[in-house]
Ligand binder design. Sequence first.
Ligand code: GUN
Length: 283
Amino acid sequence: MTARNIDGKAIAQAFRAECAVRVGRLKDAGVVPGLAVVIVGDDPASKVYVRNKAKACEAIGVHSEVHAMSADTAQAHLLKFIATLNADDAIHGILVQLPLPKGIDSRAVIEAIAPEKDVDGFHYSNVGRLLVGEPAYYPCTPWGAMKMLEHESIAVEGKHAVVVGRSTIVGKPMALMLLNAGATVTVCHSKTRDLAAMTRQADILVAAVGKPRIITGDMVKLGAVVIDVGINRLPDGTLCGDVDYEAVRQIASRITPVPGGVGPMTIAMLLGNTVKAAELAAG
Ligand code: GUN
């Protein structure tokens, strides 16, 4: 068996085009969706992510503003600034790029964002809503992975989904979304005793660990759908996922490549959440 790729680039593009139509409708009603991105310090990877987010906004007519602050910014100053964004009617979404410099309590910062502007879906209010299965802003990366399954008409209900990784940003919300969609969910992590025995049971296998190619061919059931959330840079500068793509594509039925899989979906979902926030604010 050779797996068919799930083309995240194409799915993200189609989703962004839908977002652009919704932005057009909002503009006709006199509303310009606005996203504020706050970046503290000068982590090079974060700078690239933030630039890409701003560019993606511009491309579909969403107003975006990037607020760059120095690494020695006081937490109190950051919290005060978030309060001004919360009160700004031109801003519908607020995103504080993580990680934050040492000395700043990320949780306190996230909790300072108004839940209705929390387009990252990291606020306790949105996390709780996801747990309960209520509409909310969902974290963009796992939500993007769910959208890929939906777009490809891959049924989730009744399937055994195995999520490898238990991060707050990806693994845990991914497991909850799959659970809410009716899957039987197993979550594996660094303390899991026999990882391969677990992953081999997966109809849908999600790898979100951040370790290059830890999911090898012998860990995958024939015909499984494999979603690779990992983006790892190898010493030679090339990118690879958490899945050994060449080996696993011989066994899986569907697979997301890296790059060009889940990655492009993350920004698309951020745009979706921002447009949704503007629609809800517009009433
Ligand atoms: N850093 C890495 N991924 C993310 C993300 O999805 N949102 C934010 N705010 N920071 C990140």
